[in-house]
Ligand binder design. Structure first.
Ligand code: PLP
Length: 347
């Protein structure tokens, strides 16, 4: 089976498994798992932040990130297709009691004017007690539903400046920040700099089996440790999995451009198929999204599955494929051939 549903389907390599088997461990709830501590310190250093907190999932690091900045009744600015808003099970409302204000991003990238419009213009004649308190702006880089789109670093700085002007806190969902860095040459710390908190994932194309970190200043990570525990994330000998994350961080980050080349190879193959709509300029990192107008995406997915290729439907006629280090160029060519033989060919 060639599994292109998500880069979360990546598997630990034999060398990563060795690192996992040899991991020194302790009880993370007591703060004495040495491998977790090492991963947190190394991640914080890389992101240019004071501290980082290791948690089981990117959903948890995002949602704890929201919780540390807000109180129930506050509003949060999200891109209209943000993962943290659309694909985390309603958690902002359930866990933090916050209200979403969505921004009209284009493939996840919005503008300072969008931020200004959402915050509004408080006037002294309007009592501050009645106005919806907007507290936090979330940015996603790269953007999943946007098709792995990359924020230019200047655009990040501009929206951050607009948010700061209104006293907003800033959170980055950097589940795939590594890919933005690989695509642009901009360093992780430079991308992270405008944000108070930054979530990064090790379990996607980096290939670790489990986990994410939330990085920020210690005053916020201390608060994050409290909510990590409250949300049920106090895991004990977590060094077992942190060792995989540490291995991924040290050995796989610099290989991510290989996943971008696979995505491009796939996109070029699929774009040439009859009935496919795919703008190659939108393929910036390791995610490819394309449409087959008039074709039922669910049927394409089912048919491809029967022939050994897994992709995901995204909308009635849309398909998503995601690339990671376990996938070879031959797998890509096989996937294109299988898709070319499906309903797309007869559309
Ligand atoms: C952009 C983005 N943020 C957050 C997450 C959540 O990560 P997890 O699956 O570890 O909860 C994902 C998962 O795919 C994602 O794509």
């Amino acid at each position: 089976m060639i599994d292109l549903r998500s880069d979360t389907c990546s598997r630990p390599t034999p060398a990563m498994r060795e690192a996992i088997a040899a991991a020194a461990v302790g009880d993370d709830v007591y703060g004495d798992d040495p491998t977790v501590r090492e991963l947190e310190a190394e991640t914080a250093r890389l992101l240019g932040k004071e501290d980082a907190v290791y948690m089981p999932t990117g959903t948890m690091t995002n949602q704890v990130g929201i919780r540390v900045h807000t109180e129930p009744g506050d509003a949060v600015l999200f891109d209209q297709a943000a993962h943290v808003y659309l694909l985390e099970g309603g958690a902002p409302a359930a866990l933090s009691g916050v209200l979403p204000r969505t921004l009209p991003g284009v493939r996840g990238v919005f503008t300072p004017a969008d931020v200004e419009a959402a915050v509004g213009r408080p006037h002294r004649s309007m009592p501050s007690t009645v106005v919806l308190p907007v507290r936090l702006l979330c940015v996603e880089n790269t953007h999943n539903i946007g098709g792995g789109s990359v924020w230019p670093v200047t655009a990040v700085r501009e929206v951050a400046e607009a948010a700061r002007k209104h006293g907003l806190a800033l959170h980055l969902d950097g589940a795939r920040l590594w890919h933005a860095c690989a695509a642009t040459g901009v360093g992780e710390a430079e991308y992270a700099e405008p944000f108070d908190t930054v979530s990064v994932c090790f379990s996607k194309a980096l290939g670790a089996p489990v986990g994410s970190c939330l990085a920020g200043p210690r005053r916020l990570t201390d608060r994050a440790r409290r909510f990590k525990q409250q949300f049920g994330g106090g895991f004990r000998q977590a060094g077992i999995i942190a060792a995989g994350a540490l291995y991924a961080l040290r050995h796989h980050r610099e290989r991510l451009s290989e996943t971008h080349a696979l995505a491009r190879r796939f996109a070029e193959g699929v774009e040439a198929l009859p009935g496919v709509e795919l703008d190659l300029d939108t393929v910036e990192t390791n995610i490819v999204r394309f449409r087959m107008p008039g074709v039922d995406a669910g049927e394409v997915v089912d048919r491809a599955y029967e022939r050994g290729v897994q992709v995901l439907p995204s909308g009635p006629d849309g398909i998503r494929a995601v690339f990671y280090l376990d996938i070879s160029p031959a797998d890509v060519d096989r996937a294109v051939a299988v898709l070319g033989d499906g309903p797309a060919a007869s559309a």
